[in-house]
Design a binder for this molecule. Structure first.
Ligand code: ASP
Length: 332
């Protein structure tokens, strides 16, 4: 019988009153056994209540604790399932993918749009699918999100729908597998290198959504305040941004470069990749040291910035890490 560790962190899946209340391992396991007894036919399951929060309260310290727990335990299991709220699941999946480098076995995040106790809940099938994926062991050495019968690379996934069961997608890469009438999860070859825990993060990151009429002034003040160490600009299309008159963002980029604050430029468009040199705004930003986010999601970009700031020792080292494909988060 395969062995799976199930780490519960909270979210709608475990809620019964619409809010996460205190949850104890015993009663939660009883509820799981009552509602989804099939889980124990798929694998021997050890359940731990790691946390019980709405995922809007997940934070980097919890990502670190989760990564450490998984690092300590995963080799005793075929895989790990993490039950998690859907709202920030893509951030946690990205964080785990950077922290658990060269992962040997699956870490499968799942959750649901409706609580486990409801008749038409999606929690049952998502749990069954997630545990099924976790039993793949060495054939699935990835942090993945399993949702609505599909398996997505965790650091490529996004929550795109608020009130539909197929809430997740990975806009720039196809799903890694499907759990429809047939379970199709093609084996993935593990990248070489030792399994390592890289759990440091520097959270002094500031994100800017560029919009027509946006005042760059407050962002300039933040850059000059000494409080931030990395900047993510979510710009237009290929990474284009305003460069004329009072609304120009170039002074923000100049101030960042003077202070050796790395700037990553992503896009508000959901599909395809940022190509900074294509238009004048992006080209000037690149000339001022900004790095294009390629086809990374905003979630992966923010977490990667925290990770790169913690591991890059110089401005250039951080920029090199941002450009690199560390855990499948961007196309080479
Ligand atoms: N607010 C919930 C959460 O992210 C939503 C969900 O789980 O679907 O924790």
């Amino acid at each position: 019988m395969p062995k799976v560790l199930l780490l519960h962190t909270g979210g709608t899946l475990g809620m019964d009153t619409g809010r996460p209340g205190p949850l104890r391992p015993g009663p939660f396991e009883d509820a799981l056994r009552r509602r989804v007894p099939e889980l124990w036919e798929i694998a021997e399951i050890d359940l731990e209540i790691f946390a019980n929060v709405d995922s809007s309260d997940m934070e980097p310290a919890l990502w670190q604790g989760l990564a450490r727990r998984i690092f300590e335990r995963i080799l005793d299991y075929d895989g790990v399932v993490v039950t998690h709220g859907t709202d920030t699941m893509a951030y946690t999946a990205s964080a785990l993918s950077f922290m658990l480098r060269n992962l040997p076995r699956p870490v499968v995040l799942t959750g649901s749009q409706r609580p486990l106790g409801e008749i038409r809940t999606d929690a049952r099938l998502n749990l069954i699918d997630a545990v099924t994926a976790a039993t793949r062991g060495e054939a699935l050495p990835e942090v993945v999100i399993c949702f609505d019968s599909k398996l997505f690379r965790g650091n490529r996934a996004r929550k795109l729908k608020i009130a539909e069961y197929d809430a997740f997608d990975s806009p720039n890469v196809p799903p890694l597998g499907g759990l429809g009438v047939e379970v199709v999860i093609p084996p993935i070859e593990r990248k070489g290198g030792a399994f390592r825990l890289l759990d440091r993060l520097d959270t002094r990151v500031h994100t800017v959504l560029v919009f027509p009429g946006a005042d760059p002034g407050p962002h300039l003040e933040i850059v000059c305040s000494g409080r931030v160490r990395g900047l993510l600009l979510l710009a237009y299309g290929t990474g284009n941004l305003p460069i004329r008159g009072e609304r120009s963002f170039l002074p923000v980029l100049e101030a960042a470069r003077e202070r050796e604050i790395p700037v990553l430029i992503g896009s508000q468009a959901i599909k395809n990749a940022v190509v900074l040199p294509l238009y004048e705004g992006g080209a000037q930003a690149e000339a001022l040291g900004a790095v294009g986010a390629g086809d990374m999601t905003p979630e992966a970009s923010i977490v990667k910035l925290m990770h790169a700031l913690a591991y890059g020792e110089t401005y250039d080292e951080v920029r090199t890490l941002l450009r690199a494909n560390l855990a499948g988060e961007r196309s080479d």
